[in-house]
Design a protein around this ligand. Sequence first.
Ligand code: MG
Length: 164
Amino acid sequence: MRIGLGYDVHRLTAGRPLYLGGIRIPHDKGLLGHSDGDVIIHAVIDALLGASGEGDIGRLFPDSDPGLKDVRSVKLLKDVVSRLRKKRLRVDHVDVIVVAESPRLGPYFEAMKEVLAPLLGVPLDRLGLKAKTNEGLGDIGRGRAIACWAVASLRTGSRSYKRD
Ligand code: MG
């Protein structure tokens, strides 16, 4: 079994749509980034790349690449999972903690899972999504940024999970 850890943080800014966990969430600010800024997917990608020994998201998808400007991160995740498959690696389980003062994310987790679990090739119960606030502390606590931690385990083999 292989395990990888991912972390990411993006600033929140007015005038950007908020994409998190592959879905658009109504909010007065969005995440700043060269891509759509989806901090959950970026942390998951780094966990997958760490487990597969393929470096990190910045190396694979550099923010100097104009072709990746405002790219939807779901597209990057698809690319990463297909790279894993070429190495005969499958996602076994992913667990996520997203740290955001607002908006409250719990109501969106089911919709995120419906998007992310099929991309990862896992049943819904092999993708954990959890949210915490930062208790008002620091820039995240003041609503200036959202951070995310992710851990992923991979297994070798080509058999898919059946959807539940
Ligand atoms: Mg990022």
